[in-house]
Design a protein around this ligand. Sequence first.
Ligand code: PHE
Length: 341
Amino acid sequence: MVEKIQQVEQDIAAAVVGSAAELEAFRIAYIGRKGKIAALFDDLKQVAPEQRRQVGQELNRLKNLAQEKFDQAQEQLANATAESADTGFDFTLPTVPNTLGTRHPLSLVRSEIIRIFERIGFNVSEGPEMEDDWHNFTALNFPENHPAREMQDTFFLSQDRDKLLRTHTSTVQVRLMEMQKPPLRSIMPGRVYRNEAISARAHMVFHQVEGLYVDKNVSFADLKQTLYYFAKEMFGPDTKVRFRPSFFPFTEPSAEIDITCLICKGEGCNICKGTGWVEIGGSGMVDPNVLENCSIDSETYSGFAFGMGIERITMLKYQIKDLRLFTENDVRFLRQFKGIL
Ligand code: PHE
């Protein structure tokens, strides 16, 4: 028995435990429940009673020896793997700077438009993007089968053409007048849809901001002054505004709104096609039929309305030449608007 113990002790001393596999083999061979030391403990029963105590002590010493060797080797191995996992990364490097995000230029301009109109008493109204024929056309005085309906390149959502994606924010005018009674002074920014081929100048999804003012004695002069004020606040004090006669079913009289070209300051360039003027939207006096459709007495009240393209205004303000940049999410483009609120 004593010889066996000595033999095992020598084996333990000689055992190589440099790798995880060798260590595991060592554990099974010596420490495990079916290992050599466990077997020796079993043999203890056969040892003469008077020697049992001493042999038992020897066995315990052997067991501790094996456990010690195992623990040491295991720790060494763990350190070695930690070192080899070192990829050369310098943990003392400063972290990536926490940079400020950028608001999308269309959001910036929409906020600015809202701020400008809020200063002269306009509040903000919103409406749904999925609309019905009444709010997009009929209430706005588009006669049935009138070519103006076709002009809008509508995306219809139902066979009977009653459900559609709104083609303009004028729908919100109708909703506001149906829900509230004058005086009304509101702007209505929002997304609109038209079935158009995507190009540098047109998109099937874009944004408008509508304005509506309904009260007693509202005149075309009020419309002009409001838009003069807006243009100067938005584009600078030298900006001039021009009204061109136009047609919309829901306004009478109607006018297209032009401002002096910001690129060439009215000299004429390729953005304004040499005219010195660029269009920013439509406007006019609310047609009495529209007021009546919304149960507003057109004998007592009058109003003006305007609608402008937010992409258009943004392109002019920041001299952006291609509308598609707004939806491409190219960070090189978006980062240029950093820090603007
Ligand atoms: N809704 C018109 C358009 O989308 C713009 C407009 C609004 C014109 C309000 C006059 C008054 O073209």
